[in-house]
Design a protein around this ligand. Sequence first.
Ligand SMILES: *Cc1c(COP(=O)(O)O)cnc(C)c1O
Length: 233
Amino acid sequence: MSTIAHKLQAVDATIRAASNTAGRDRASIQLLAVSKSFPAEAVLEAIAAGQRAFGENYLQEALDKMAAVAAALPAAPIEWHFIGPIQSNKTRPIAAGFNWVHTVERLKIAQRLSEQRPAGMAPLNICIQVNTSGEASKSGAAADEVEELARQITLLPNLKLRGLMTIPELETDEARQRAGFARLRLLADGLRAGGIELDTLSMGMSADLAAAIAEGATIVRVGSAIFGVRNYD
Ligand SMILES: *Cc1c(COP(=O)(O)O)cnc(C)c1O
């Protein structure tokens, strides 16, 4: 078995243990393998080990890798998730090439993604990125802007609002990790109480995925625990 296959098994075991502890069903949590900085060969190894959903942060790198994977495995049912910062002049290839976008933080980007989603494709799945730490330097919509943005997104024809995403402060203490994730969960609960349909909480990475699962994560985004140490971030 390849190293990547072994690491995928280890991450799956961590997810399984965390979901047991939380009294949750393993099947309610999707593992998104974050392949940024790693070559198409690493993605192909993960696919061979059964992984289907991949996350990428940088558009050109992603497009090159997606083309290489499609050339090697034209029929593989791969899901690509865009999880990086979005420049407004780069929305068209994101709208055409991805199944999910986790990092929408303003309406203008959402409008462009909807307009540019090619006819005949399923609606693009969207998460609103939320700044749960409140620091001005962090990306994501402010918590008090999320409801209005969510309502606007539900009106766009070629998008499907799925949920919220956050990248909290790096914390080593599990109680502190959980506090950041709990803020996202409570925000989502509030939106649902207001009639907005959401089924996704995208939160948790290699170092804090157990805390995220304890707080209700439905997608964990895991890079280094699967692929190893990156040569950039
Ligand atoms: C890189 C990245 C990840 C994966 O981080 P690891 O710590 O390597 O698991 C998850 N989410 C986002 C948004 C990222 O940029």
